[in-house]
Design a protein around this ligand. Sequence first.
Ligand code: MG
Length: 256
Amino acid sequence: MALIKTPEEIKILAEGGKILAQILSKVAGAVRSGVSTLDLDTLAREEMKKAGVKPAFEGYQMGDDGPKFPAVLCSSVDHEVVHGIPRKDKILHEGEIVGLDLGIIHQGLFTDAAVTVGVGKVSSQDKNLMDGTEQALKAGIAQVKPGKRIGDIGHAIESCAKRTGLSVIRDLIGHGVGHALHEKPDVPNYGKPGTLEILKPGMVIAIEPMFTRGDWRVKFLDDGWTVVTADGSPSAHFEHTVAVAKDGHQVLTGII
Ligand code: MG
């Protein structure tokens, strides 16, 4: 069962989400050839400190004895799908695409968002990949209102992928968020209309389509975190934290 947040909690989540959106936008604006992914992490860290919010990803542990995530930002380049670890020697090059995923804690409550941006000029195929994934996020969000179901969101996202000739990464999914980074319910990027949990006012979910131009299968790198496409195809990721409202939805990590 999804946790229902109170109107007071939604207000704090919206404040945190706005701060997160502003920081993510600054980090995205710093993407250029010659910059390292650690530079982006450092910028995110400084901005979070200035805003008085805490990182949600740093120290996050996969399982009970898994490795702890060592950075505040996930930076995933080209065929890296998600959870790329920022590194000093990971220098961005013209034509690459980089997924930037950031989570913060504001007054004890978590929000989560991601964008994928090009480094300088990117190929038309990669542009289509990024546009298609972002459109799918919008299509998924458009489904969010009381009475709709989690399966309606997944179906809308999957339909977008089919229309644009892209593949849905199936092993990684969206999630409830708020009191913790990952809560119930799971929010898959595929599904059947009218299935899975029913949406109710006060539910807060992170919707996060991940698409690739190639095959959807993924594997983990030896660092224990970075997820890459098995066939090496580039991948894009967009994410917003969204609250179910009485008469629709509120995108909590939007700038406006
Ligand atoms: Mg997420």
